[in-house]
Design a protein around this ligand. Structure first.
Ligand code: EPU
Length: 437
């Protein structure tokens, strides 16, 4: 790359970094919005393509920076990755077992390449993922699972390495202090597909994203049963082959638009969602005075009357998802009364609280709970996004607030929401993307 090309890339990245959303609030959302493919399903599915040398085709892939980033990681491991029109084509004919330190360190979700590398090459070396703004985020349970399959784990110079002469199926318990682990279950499940014999994971994560991964792995020739329940059994096979798969709709994106409609006193139809993945969110919205109607794969959302305060506790699936906690808190700031929102999955996922306060929200943090004294009018202000879901909460609050809200650091949103500004504009929101001033 020439110096001029490097300068252009840096300039483009800097501009992206400096983008913000300008929202003129107070407009009820109306119309239809279509849900994209699920970020948290597609990332492990992309990693799973490392388990075979044959080509894989993945449809309904959202155009997100995290997806591009995972593509770069796979490319750095030797895979060929092409993305066009929502379809990813990946072929990992020949791969190496050592991930690029800086690439992997930048996205926590990339830890799920470890299971496939270990399964196929019997060794995987990646940079040890650190914590992030939402919590410490250890990977001890992933490593416990690999060890149970016979891998030896070593940690040195910032890298974690898992290696085995042969992987052997085992019975293992993957529960931790906050319950099950989503990517831990995905990682161990992927490694076990090519182990000798049967692996049984107890206290496995039941999230729909784990089920979607199991469907893809089974389409590749794996023998997995029980995905979606706390007990998953994997009978190891000699090798996996290429497969084609369509990713499930993003339940958190659907929840975010549903909450945004409720917050703006709007009426929207969410197309192509999976209402059966959204029971806990629909239940809380109903209790909060929001009408939620299922029509096949679509969801109709409209407020009926004043909002009511509800208490929310985040839990592993099928409980209320931690990834919709910040958005729900934004909604509760608008409801007259007190709502207690308790975060049971991540220890510091309240970064949005201080930013919501800039808009006039009255929220106090007491240990794992946030006490929201709702009903005070919100007014627009410049706010800073700290992570993906906190950013979504700020957008929702901005849509409901009087005046103009500027949400800075929009690159967080671009990690997990495809075309969020365009989709909201189609629903009538007055929202523009601009460079930060
Ligand atoms: N945990 C451990 N040890 C481990 C792994 C996890 O103690 O080895 C703890 C975590 O610290 C946390 C809890 O277990 O307290 C659950 O974490 P989990 O492992 O389930 O989280 P994850 O798999 O790393 C995925 C999503 C997150 C989502 C969580 C929970 C992806 C790429 N990420 O993370 O998504 O919040 O599951 O549902 O799938 C987001 O999309 O905004 C996001 C953060």
């Amino acid at each position: 790359m020439s110096a001029a090309e490097i300068a252009t890339v840096i300039d483009r990245r800097y501009r992206k970094f400096m983008e913000s959303l300008l929202i003129k609030g107070g407009v009820p959302l109306h119309g239809e919005v279509t849900v994209s493919g699920a970020k948290n399903a597609v990332l492990p599915i992309m990693a799973a393509t490392l388990l075979t040398s044959e080509p894989c085709v993945i449809h309904r892939v959202p155009n997100l920076s995290d997806v591009k980033f995972m593509g770069q990681i796979l490319t750095s491991l030797g895979a060929r990755v092409a993305f066009a029109g929502g379809t990813l084509r990946i072929q990992a004919r020949k791969i190496r077992g050592v991930g690029d330190y800086d690439l992997i360190r930048r996205m926590r979700g990339s830890v799920c390449i470890m299971g496939p590398l270990l399964g196929r090459l019997k060794q995987a070396t990646v940079s040890l993922p650190g914590g992030c703004v939402i919590g410490a985020r250890p990977i001890n349970l992933h490593l416990k699972g690999f060890e149970a399959l016979g891998a030896k784990i070593t940690i040195a110079c910032g890298y974690v390495r898992a290696a085995a002469k042969q992987l052997t199926g085992a019975d293992l318990f993957l529960g931790g202090r906050a319950g099950s682990t989503v990517l831990g279950t995905a990682n161990v499940m992927m490694a076990a597909t090519l182990a000798e014999g049967v692996t049984v994971i107890e206290s496995a994560a039941c999230e729909p994203e784990v089920v979607d991964l199991a469907c893809f792995l089974n389409a590749m020739g794996a023998q997995i049963t029980g995905a979606g329940s706390p007990t998953i059994a994997i009978t190891g096979v000699k090798e996996l082959h290429g497969a084609e798969h369509e990713v499930i709709p993003d339940r958190i994106e659907a929840a975010t638009y549903a909450i945004a409609a409720a917050a703006t006193n709007g009426e929207i139809t969410i197309k192509g969602a999976r209402p059966d993945h959204l029971h806990a969110v629909m239940d809380k919205l109903n209790a909060a005075g929001v009408r939620v109607e299922r029509r096949g794969a679509d969801l109709m959302i409209c407020r009926h009357g004043r909002l009511k305060s509800v208490d929310v506790t985040t839990l592993p699936y099928s409980g209320f998802p931690t990834d919709a906690q910040a958005q729900m808190m934004a909604l509760m700031t608008l409801s007259p009364g007190i709502s207690i929102i308790t975060e049971r999955i991540f220890e510091s996922r309240f970064m949005h609280v201080s930013e919501l306060a800039r808009l006039g929200a009255d929220i106090e943090i007491e240990g794992p709970s946030a006490i929201v004294k709702g009903g005070k009018p919100l007014s627009g202000a410049p706010v800073m996004a700290s992570d993906l879901r906190a950013s979504a909460a700020l957008v929702i609050a901005g849509l409901a607030a009087k005046g103009t809200t500027q949400v800075n650091r929009v690159y967080h949103l671009d990690r997990g929401y495809e075309n969020i500004d365009r989709k909201l504009r189609r629903l009538g929101a007055r929202i523009e993307r601009m460079e930060e001033t």
